[in-house]
Design a protein around this ligand. Structure first.
Ligand code: HEM
Length: 270
């Protein structure tokens, strides 16, 4: 058997296995995992790898993903997001395929969580809870940065979509004003909006927004799923269609309008 044939055969068997597992995840009943028994929170050890994403980190801190944050396959990511927060496989794929582009594992099928620190793939400027790469650390939780966002939510029981969108927009404008090397491409801006949609979706009321403020706070500040505060993963799968619907709404309040405004003002918007 030629080498090329062997390579093609092994790739096709990997894809077939991934595909059939995704199919079975889509059609499987929404099994409840017991967060207390199988998925107790445990803060990472100093050698465990973590990312700039509070949700991915939380999934590892609850052992939906490997606790050491190493060698995560797309399949594992899809299973973890389904089990932990009932996110549909196609929604996870959108971010997961980008994640593979950051891989330093030596296999293009897996990535380490700290590979996600790579600037310009998913990680970008104007994160809600991380400093821009220009200031030296683009991946650790930054209480000062988060405060510029969370101040909009304080005192609210739930975060309305408009408030979340405005908080994101203000954070982008603040980063633009303070970072001499600020850069946010249209694609990165879309991903940044997506991140706001994701927390609204997981902790809110469908496509309406209204995420529970205390749950959002726990995710960002402790990288923990707020089970003990009463969070239960949605009983129905969170679909890509719903996320895209939310995306339109968040964008309408504080998304591409920002780019248009900057262009009108003659400000650089890369
Ligand atoms: C499953 C695959 C996922 C991957 C690979 C991923 C990766 C990332 C990365 C690299 C960032 C940093 C972007 C930046 O610079 O701001 C990020 C941010 C973020 N992610 Fe994820 N993510 C995933 C899923 C999710 C899910 C399901 C949620 C649901 C709540 C989520 C919530 C967030 C939020 C809220 C941020 C913004 C953090 C901030 O701006 O401080 N992510 N994600």
């Amino acid at each position: 058997m030629s080498l090329a044939f062997k390579v093609i055969t092994s790739f096709s068997s990997i894809f077939t296995a991934t595909y059939s597992t995704i199919e079975s995840l889509i059609s499987s009943p929404n099994q409840e995992t017991n967060p207390q028994q199988n998925h107790a929170f445990q803060a990472p050890s100093p050698t465990d790898k973590r990312s700039p994403c509070p949700m991915v980190n939380a999934l590892a801190n609850h052992a939906y993903l490997p606790r050491d944050g190493s060698n995560v396959s797309l399949l594992k990511l899809i299973q973890a997001a389904k089990e932990g927060i009932n996110l549909a496989p196609d929604a996870t794929l959108i971010v997961g395929l980008k994640a593979l582009q950051t891989s330093t594992t030596g296999s293009w099928l897996t990535f380490n969580l700290d590979d996600l620190n790579k600037h310009g793939v998913i990680e970008d400027d104007a994160s809600l809870s991380r400093k821009d790469v220009f200031f030296g650390d683009n991946h650790s939780f930054s209480p000062e940065t988060w405060e510029t966002v969370f101040k909009h939510f304080r005192g609210l029981e739930k975060i309305p979509l408009e408030v979340a969108a405005k908080a994101r927009k203000e954070r982008v404008e603040g980063a633009r004003a303070s970072n001499p090397e600020f850069n946010l491409t249209d694609d990165q801006n879309r991903f940044s909006i997506l991140e706001t949609c994701l927390y609204l979706m997981v902790f809110g009321e469908g496509t309406q927004g209204n995420a529970r403020t205390d749950w959002v706070k726990v995710l960002f500040e402790e990288e923990r799923l707020p089970f003990q505060e009463g969070f239960k993963r949605s009983s129905s799968m969170l679909t890509l269609g719903q996320i895209l619907e939310l995306h339109k709404k968040v964008e309408a309040v504080g998304g591409t309008g920002l780019a248009i405004k900057w262009r009108k003002e003659g400000r650089e918007y890369k």
